[in-house]
Design a protein around this ligand. Structure first.
Ligand SMILES: Nc1ncnc2c1ncn2[C@@H]1O[C@H](COP(=O)(O)OP(=O)(O)OP(=O)(O)O)[C@@H](O)[C@H]1O
Length: 248
């Protein structure tokens, strides 16, 4: 695929839980190399959308293309092998294994046929990229919250994704730590991975996102640059009365 093509393309995605339409008619594209933020007030449907993208849920309507392939009905593993990675808000490493071992496991299972030596070398490179190299031999349960998040990103990258989905990785971090996490995501982008992230912290969205998709009540209400969407009256009104500060 040449540079500039879409890595993700959602067309009219919908997800219904019984009588509740959690996601409705969501369409957007993500270009290769782009950092795309999904924002919106609580209950807007962001996590459900991420679950549709990663394959945790099948959509009730619409189509999804990943790297120009229709993956609407594909299971998680198939999307992972095509090039989709995901890091979770709740960090789940193997607690008694070392940091290096945790990433090695990701590399071994993320790409079938990877040899142990190759996986160990790849893990070292990812620990360098994510700033975890000095902690490689620590047990995962001894890491700080920020280091845990670095580890989760390293493990997701070990599956060699072309697109990485991040679900509120900044949650629980102090402001100075969020700035470090912003640096981490920039490093991931600079390594050639397209990043799609859900985030509540607006300064982080402003600093990171090339483009922002705003959801409210399951629908996309605006798309554009951070500046464009935060000036949109519909977006301002969706955030009125919420705890999130729209203008950082
Ligand atoms: N598995 C489920 N079963 C039933 N309803 C669900 C399920 N998951 C989400 N919902 C509902 O769908 C709507 C959208 O939820 P979702 O978690 O996607 O929103 P969100 O934008 O991620 O919210 P937040 O910012 O609070 O995490 C909510 O009304 C939620 O209660």
């Amino acid at each position: 695929m040449s540079a500039g093509q879409d890595v993700l393309r959602a067309e009219g995605l919908g997800k219904r839980f019984g009588g509740l339409q959690a996601v409705q008619d969501v369409s957007f594209t993500q270009r290769r190399g782009e950092v795309l933020a999904i924002i919106g007030p609580n209950g807007a449907g962001k996590t459900t959308l991420l679950n549709l993208l990663s394959g945790v849920y099948r959509p009730s309507a619409g189509r999804l293309h990943l790297l120009e392939q229709d993956v609407t009905d594909s299971p998680i593993e198939h999307r992972c092998h095509l090039g989709l990675g995901r890091a979770f808000q709740i960090v789940r490493p193997f607690p008694d294994m070392t940091v290096h071992e945790n990433v090695t496991v990701g590399a071994l299972f993320g790409t079938p046929g990877t040899r142990l030596r190759e996986a160990r070398e790849q893990a070292w490179a990812l620990l360098e990229l994510t700033g975890l190299a000095p902690h490689a031999e620590k047990a995962a349960h001894d890491l700080t919250l920020l280091q845990d998040k670095r580890l989760e990103v390293a493990r997701a990258l070990a599956t060699r994704p072309q697109v990485l989905l991040l679900d509120e990785v900044m949650a629980g971090l102090r402001p100075a730590e969020s700035q470090e996490a912003v640096g981490l995501i920039r490093s991931v982008r600079d390594s050639g991975v397209s990043v799609l992230f859900i985030e509540h912290i607006m300064p982080v969205v402003r600093d990171l996102a090339d483009r922002v998709v705003v959801m409210d009540q399951g629908r996309v209400i605006a798309q554009g640059t951070y500046r464009e969407v935060t000036a949109d009256p519909q977006v301002v009104s969706a955030y009125l009365g919420t705890e999130a500060e729209l203008h950082a």
